[in-house]
Design a protein around this ligand. Sequence first.
Ligand SMILES: [Cu+2]
Length: 172
Amino acid sequence: MHIHKLEKFWIYLSFVAIAFFIGTVVYGFTVMELKVIDKENTLDPDRINETRFGNPGVYEAAEGSDAEYEVYVKTIQFAFQPGTSQPITVPANTRITFYITSPDVLHGFDVVGTNLNTMAIPGQVAKFTTIFPEVRSYGIVCNEYCGLAHHFMEGSINVVPKSEFDQSYLVQ
Ligand SMILES: [Cu+2]
């Protein structure tokens, strides 16, 4: 069977593109050590209230942590706790580690205008550490379809000057 040389070119090119895309995935999971599911950060979604997610919010980080504060966020249909009914208040220019999970269905936690974006998977705890350099507020949206009121699921992060951040913002 004769295959036209341009046809051949595009067939080869599509294989090269597929090999390249597989290569980027392999590179991400090996060299960059990206993880989709981390076995160390699992929890039973039915017993979430026995952990800090039962009383979510901002905590002082434990000694030896590389962050100063830890924020526990529970994502539910259709709210971030905290985040939706009251903002997550954190100090600027401070290392903050977020822990995010869901007791019900898959949600997203996307801080608008930043590269902070994670899934909240029932049974898994997503974790990331960041510094907010500016005093301002950020919106949070859920970017995983989670039910009929998904499009109403939003919240906010309020970054305040470090000098104004005190114990009253912590979980009591
Ligand atoms: Cu959603």
